[in-house]
Ligand binder design. Structure first.
Ligand SMILES: Cc1cc2nc3c(=O)[nH]c(=O)nc-3n(C[C@H](O)[C@H](O)[C@H](O)COP(=O)(O)OP(=O)(O)OC[C@H]3O[C@@H](n4cnc5c(N)ncnc54)[C@H](O)[C@@H]3O)c2cc1C
Length: 411
């Protein structure tokens, strides 16, 4: 896709969307489909943020445990949120089909128990989701059944979820941008938007112009920076890293991943992986809790991959990259509105491929007058990080290091 130009001059629009990731693109597309005149501003390029850098897993459920969600919002709302999560996966599939987005869509996720104590918990989830939610696409696999599907080492069983999907994240983002542009959304890249932080005005200033809109949608997530300080204190950008190997020899493909599933493990600092269409292992693992990336991302992630697939020791790592995941304190997304005109959704906590796509749809519905789904998502409790933007780091780093230490000890 060739670059979109940057904005020079003033424009009028019903809605100005800020951010060219899944949240912004999906909001822009759905608003345009409802007949609104939409301008989308992206500071860098479409998909430059997490939407172009992620692992491409499209999971069911909200990111937080369903049992916790029940405690926070009650069973009825938890049921609604579970249903919304299934609709989110379906929404991704529908968009891909409707707009003919070629993004390597595949089916199924295998979530592996990294400790023996995790295996029982996974079995309990199958039972809970089946009896309380009627969800039948989940099956528990014994270690032997896991071994039939993958040569991944060190696991005590797994959950196979046939309701999950996986895809090529950047191709999906670029496809959404094409669909939005074809629908009539005016997209500007290289254009940083600066909205009124109290949400009382719809004017969004840029370096060389201004968009005069009635509503503003913020889809900046972990790349929000200091744009709206009261929102920045509710999410924390955590750097996460991914590598891509050279295409694997054909005899290894069915060994490492017989059924072309996405896979992940049950550690706090999660490892997640899948194969690309051209047979590369796309493996994500490892986090850093400072703003810096490791000097050698390939080596940093490779050791996590080799713990699980020692047989890939001779395979070259061709690419390594990192991106910022926007997490919230309890891992539930943060939906809301500031003043009359500023709408936002953020903090998808590593679950944004379906949830940010759905967020765009729900933001569009809400601005169009139906706030049902938006209000349900906004009912999830989210909190400011203690210390806000200034002092949140030390507490978070201590917490993250504590939990990542638990990954290394115990059974
Ligand atoms: C390494 C990694 C792996 C991940 N793996 C998965 C996964 O497998 N499955 C999953 O579901 N989720 C995953 N995630 C999370 C997922 O990618 C995100 O939740 C999702 O992409 C968020 O989309 P978004 O549109 O809200 O934000 P982003 O995609 O981050 O987009 C925000 C955009 O806003 C732009 N922006 C910021 N400020 C401004 C401004 N002032 N003006 C204009 N533009 C601005 C940025 O340039 C950026 O392009 C992963 C994330 C990372 C980093």
């Amino acid at each position: 896709m060739s670059a979109f130009s940057s904005l020079h001059g003033d424009e009028k629009a019903d809605i100005c969307v800020i951010g060219g990731g899944y949240t912004g693109l999906s909001a822009a597309l759905h608003l345009r489909q409802k007949g609104y005149d939409v301008v989308l501003l992206e500071a860098e390029r479409i998909g430059w943020g997490a939407s172009g850098r992620n692992g491409g897993h499209v999971g069911t459920g909200q990111r937080a445990d369903q049992a916790n969600i029940e405690k926070w919002v009650g069973h009825e709302a938890a049921k609604g949120l579970w249903e919304l999560s299934l609709e989110a996966v379906q929404k991704v599939c529908d968009l891909i089909e409707a707009h003919q987005i070629e993004c390597e869509l595949g089916t199924g996720n295998l979530h592996l128990a990294a400790k023996s104590s995790h295996a029982g918990k996974l079995q309990g989830e199958v039972e809970h989701l089946s009896s309380h939610y009627g969800y039948q696409k989940l099956a528990y696999l014994s270690p032997d059944a896991v071994a039939e599907r993958t040569s991944a080492q060190g696991f005590y069983g797994g959950l196979l979820d046939d309701g999950c999907k996986h895809l090529h994240p950047l191709k999906y983002a670029v496809g959404l941008a094409r669909a939005a542009a074809e629908a009539g959304v005016r997209i500007y890249e290289g254009t940083r938007g600066m909205p009124a932080s109290d949400g009382q005005s719809g004017d969004v200033h840029t370096e060389n112009g201004c968009v005069h809109a009635k509503h503003v949608v913020l889809g900046c997530n972990a790349y929000l920076g200091k744009l709206i300080p009261r929102l920045a204190g509710r999410i924390m950008p955590i750097n996460n890293f991914v590598i891509a190997t050279s295409p694997l020899p054909s005899h290894l493909l069915p060994r490492v991943n017989r059924d072309n599933l996405s896979m992940s493990d049950s550690l706090f600092v999660i490892n997640y992986w899948k194969l690309s269409e051209d047979g590369r292992m796309i493996f994500g693992g490892g986090e850093t809790y400072s703003s810096r990336f490791p000097k050698d991302i390939k080596a940093f992630v490779r050791r996590h991959m080799l713990n699980i697939y020692p047989e890939l020791a001779e395979i070259e790592i061709e690419y390594g990259w990192g991106g910022a995941v926007g997490i919230t304190l309890n891992r539930t997304p943060d939906f809301g509105r500031i003043g009359k005109r500023l709408w936002y959704a953020q903090g998808f906590s590593g679950h944004g491929v379906p949830t940010a796509t759905m967020a765009g749809h729900l933001l569009a519905e809400a601005i169009d007058g139906d706030t049902t789904g938006f209000d349900l998502m906004a009912s999830l409790p989210t909190h400011r990080f203690p210390g806000g933007t200034l002092l949140r780091w030390p507490g978070l780093v201590a917490g993250m290091l504590f939990y990542s230490l638990l990954d290394k000890i115990g059974r």
